[in-house]
Write a protein that binds this ligand. Structure first.
Ligand SMILES: [Fe+2]
Ligand SMILES: [Fe+2]
Length: 232
């Protein structure tokens, strides 16, 4: 299975936010990435979150999502979008996926290969993020034991996708889940997970530990040519 990956477009009408996010360029960058994935005959596309960003009105935030949905509808490849903290700051999950017209993450099992999507838009105490109602660095995976059980019941190679970070090699502890060490232990001890793909840490990172590759994509909003294709 050939998968096109990109992360952190932070698309909005603004020219510059946070000192280095060129938000309004990301629609064009997403188009270029999707055209590249289509030309390379990718079977599917995954966005690792922070698809959009905050505006001064809800109308503008909705209009940005409609532009993205129109772009996605031009392509026949199935597109999965994980919500990032910036998406959850603006929209509920129901609003977000309704505006996109789909793209909800659903675990995929194909020819002995398993793609698992983790939703980490929760506080360390397991409270679901609500729009304008959380701190971005208060983050955790609720029910890590559920992941352990899920992994125990799978045969074959597993690939995990999430927005926020678990990789201990990320040089910014505030980007990691409060229970990242426990989640890493579960993943590494399963012996089934080949790689973990993350966004959120905009500089990107790659590391390997106990047989698991941790790949953090650099942010599309900050850099050029950040998209990658993987084969699993
Ligand atoms: Fe981001
Ligand atoms: Fe993020």
């Amino acid at each position: 299975m050939k998968i096109g990956l990109f992360s952190d477009p932070h698309y909005s009408s603004q020219e510059l936010t946070g000192g280095n996010r060129r938000n309004n360029l990301s629609l064009g960058k997403m188009r270029a990435a999707l055209e590249y994935f289509e030309a390379e005959k990718c079977d599917r596309v995954i966005c690792l979150g922070d698809l959009t960003d905050t505006e001064d009105t809800k109308e503008k935030e909705i209009a940005n999502m409609r532009q993205i949905a129109a772009l996605f509808s031009e392509f026949s490849m199935p597109i999965t979008v994980l919500m990032g903290n910036h998406d959850a700051y603006v929209f509920t999950a129901a609003e977000f996926y309704a505006l996109l017209g789909g793209c909800e993450p659903t675990d995929l099992h194909e020819n002995g290969v398993h793609l698992l999507f983790l939703d980490t838009n929760y506080t360390a105490d397991g409270v679901r993020y609500t729009p304008h109602g959380f701190r971005w660095d208060d983050v955790g995976l609720p029910d890590p034991d559920g992941l352990r059980i899920k992994l125990e019941n799978l045969d074959g190679d597993v690939y995990i996708f999430l927005h926020q970070n678990i990789d201990p090699a990320i040089p910014a502890a505030d980007h990691r889940l409060a229970n990242a060490d426990e989640v890493c232990r579960i993943i590494e001890q399963s012996g089934k997970v080949k790689a973990v793909y993350q966004g959120h840490f905009h500089w990107g990172n790659r590391s390997s530990r106990n047989g698991v590759d941790y790949i953090t994509l650099p942010a599309m909003a900050v850099y050029d040519d950040t998209e990658i294709i993987i084969e699993v």
